[in-house]
Design a protein around this ligand. Sequence first.
Ligand SMILES: [Zn+2]
Ligand SMILES: [Zn+2]
Length: 661
Amino acid sequence: MSEVKANSRARLVYDPAELDYNFGPEHPMQPGRINALIDLLETCGLWRSTGEDSRLPLRAATIEELSLAHTSDYIAAVQTLSTPGSSKAESDERQLLAIKYGFADGDTPALPRMHDVCAHIAGGSLVALSAVMGLPAGGAFSSEDARPLHVFHPGGGLHHAWAERASGFCVYNDISVAIANVLRASEAKILYIDFDAHHGDGVQRAFYDDPRVMTVSLHETGRYLFPGTGDVLELGNGLGHGYSVNVPLEPFTEDDSYTEAIESLLSPLVISFAPDVIVTEHGCDTHAWDPLTHLSLTLRGIQAQITLAHQLAHTYCQGRWVALGGGGYDLYRVVPRAWSMVWAEMSDQALPEHLPDAWVERWRPVWSSVEDQEAAAQQVMGKVPAPTNFPTSFQDRPEDFPAQPRRWSISRANRHTVSLVRHLLVPSSVRQAFPAARSQSPLAGLFDLLHLRGSATPSRSKTLETPAGALLLRDFCPPSLVERLTVDEGLHAFARLPAREHQLLLSIARRPDCALTLAHTPAGRIAGEVTLAPGDEWWEGLENVYEVAIEVSSNWRGFGVGRNLLAFALELDALEDIILYAMGLSWHWDTEGLGLNSYRYRELIAHLFASQGFVEYPTTEPNVKMEPANIFLARVGKRVDQRVVSQFFNHLLSTPNLARL
Ligand SMILES: [Zn+2]
Ligand SMILES: [Zn+2]
């Protein structure tokens, strides 16, 4: 292999001038965190500020460049507020400017030399993105191979600044400036992913109408956190509709739920948007120790976010990736470690297991001086008190992070949010190709084989003669068939209304990991259905567990339709690779008009499924457990691995998920 090693194409943007972005000793954002980061990278030998091959020089953004994302009034106000006023009249005028432009609420106070310092930060991100995109503003390189592919600018990521006002510790929005510069200089499309715990409102606003920029923000829900925006339904405006993506996460979200969310969303979004470059904001205020938010990630979840960003850039954008800093208010214990991970990832270097002693000795005392402040703020946010020591390893120790008591319901709420986002923003073909948080189904391959080859008779069929007339049985019914059929009015136990039942059958037919078997009359009226779908959340973590459901129209009962349809649907050899289960839930039972009580109906279901090799098992599954008349049956395929079988039976009687009740 004569490939250029990726690490020679990764650069870091840093200039000591950025350390002057300092709102004073009482402010939660301290430039010392960047200092500690650079010191950590240098002490570990991961980066050298003097190394021309790993550093990308920074320059201030010009007024003209800042104007791409900010109004000229606002830039003029920032300039005025950057110098001390001398007279009383001047100071009154400055007070008015501060109120008008967002510098008076205490979060983002005006600073001396503020314009100059913030123009440097904006320039850093602009140079970084321009270099990766091969634009003149990124500087000249001797060859295409010498042009950086990945750039990290830890001082950037000031995502709250608006075009016409300062907000949330942010004066100039370096991200918007950098992206706007690419928009005017090229045809490129840009994907911006904001991992900060706070909604990336400033960047979203800047490109809300623009279909060339997709903004994706994963953040703690605005219900309890600044800036309050970032709802799923903020989808973009005009031509930009569908290019603004928001994933509001529950307070106290932990690593596994977070990782599941980013994995089920980001690949399908990247594929459907097809960007030329990815810009990521790695605010690490998502960490459990952060004093300003309620999220509960550890560095494991943050590492997953960084690794995924890197993979997406290589898989879909020819490697073009700019990473930025952002929030992070556990200044010395979290920020230097988290952002070292960004640099190690993009430069293909391994992090040492332990933090260098010399570095710990330099920064532990600095942390001690702010420790009380951070701990008090953390308590206000309702977080589990962080250990009162300074870490000595790069990774977090699991024992320092006790599980959240509401873990299960938090994950469930996040999963619901993610599926809503997928439903609204990811085209269905892409969604099917990337099933959320599930292992690939063995049915999918079978379905593709049967459907996508364009065969005229893709599914099996068979005629069933009954005293009420003939029925056609068909398996793997495609959506095109379901669209042409109608639903018998006696078929409504699952969806309550035949029209909704039709919708339900259509959506099942559209899913590649589900299988739909129907019984319909020659005139096209559906009299019965068998569906196979992956087990729901309760079965999470188990392989190849599928639920079978059956319904026969009340107009077609008593003719053996159920038994024949079920036998037909389950005779495929491929089903020997999976575990099938069925649940009889009394509140779904349509016992009216049958003259049966629910216990008698339970017996009928047990009998019906027993005819296909199902056995009844006791289980703690919450739906089944709710009523004594409910029943759980399962059939384990002949080829299912013994390890999977025992996991399945252990899971049947497991208790941890009962929190759901
Ligand atoms: Zn790379
Ligand atoms: Zn933040």
